[in-house]
Write a new protein. Structure first.
Length: 293
């Protein structure tokens, strides 16, 4: 791990760290993205004469990333009451509401510009206690329009009566990435296809509102073959069955041991089918942003 001494002039109160920070023994101090909240915290860090930072990538790679990820302002996100947000503690501490991937969901209640973002209290399995504490630093992700956004905030206040919600600090540094026109997410959905030879089991490996990539060990036909997909998707705990007319547009088989992979385009979709597909994809973009293809 290549480490170099940090320049404390590069650290600013209220701005996310651009690097992971380590001490002289190479033990982690702060993660990239952490926000130094007060001048006292910054002064305390400056007293550590042996603070180091890790270079995470070459300058070429960093440049490539910067072209894809841009900084936005709050209005660009077009947040509305009822929008769902993914919350994740910035520290290594575990929240009682978080899933296996360390995240949990909240709903936007409202906001006061430049002052506070108000969200619902995430659900927890604990009988007592709260999922977050005042002062916790939280990474927030959401999908809006054609962009996936992320920003870091603090829990300013917990409110328990008359119902539970959080006052978060107002987002100042918002990063966003534009997603392709036909948004696609990585999946592992069991489904079936009907072809002339009968019903064939398969796996949908990624999905968009316009088509899908499917994987099977049985041949479905050549490019241009019409098939019908039968798939069930779960949207907010409700399971929806879809019957999708499709046409094979691509085919790939690396070797005999691998499953056959087909790219299919949906045809003749009804309005309710389009709505269900878009709702499922939106849900995945918010709850599982790492699944964006």
């Amino acid at each position: 791990m290549n480490l170099i001494p940090i320049q404390f002039s590069d650290l600013k109160v209220g701005q996310p760290l651009s690097w992971d920070l380590f001490d002289q023994e190479r033990k982690p101090l702060m993660e990239r993205g952490y926000i130094i909240k007060t001048t006292d915290e910054l002064e305390e860090l400056s007293k550590k004469s042996s603070v180091l930072l890790r270079l995470k990538a070459s300058s070429e790679k960093i440049g490539a990333i910067d072209k894809k990820i841009s900084e936005f302002n709050f209005d660009d996100m077009q947040l509305k009451v009822g929008d769902r947000l993914q919350l994740q503690l910035h520290s290594s501490a575990k929240s009682s509401c978080c899933s296996n991937n360390g995240t949990c969901m909240a709903t936007v209640i409202g906001y006061v510009p430049d002052h506070s973002l108000i969200v619902s209290m995430p659900k927890t399995d604990q009988l007592i206690g709260q999922p977050f504490l005042e002062g916790d630093q939280i990474l927030v992700r959401l999908f809006s329009g054609r962009c996936a956004f992320s920003f870091t905030v603090f829990v300013d206040k917990l409110v328990k009566l008359s119902f539970k919600y959080l006052h978060l600090s107002f987002p100042k540094h918002i990063l966003g990435q534009t997603i392709r026109k036909s948004r696609r997410v990585r999946t592992a959905i069991e489904a079936e296809a009907t072809v002339s030879s009968g019903s064939i089991p398969l796996i949908i490996t990624n999905l968009s509102a316009a088509g899908a990539e499917i994987s099977t060990h049985t041949e479905l036909g050549g490019i241009g073959t019409l098939i019908e997909l039968f798939v069930k998707v779960k949207i907010h705990e409700k399971e929806i069955s879809l019957q999708l007319k499709s046409i094979i547009r691509s085919f790939k088989a690396i070797n005999k041991q691998d499953a056959l992979r087909y790219g299919v385009e949906f045809t003749g979709l009804q309005a309710e089918q389009i709505f269900s597909l878009r709702s499922f994809i939106y849900q995945e973009l918010v709850e599982n942003p790492n699944n964006i293809v």
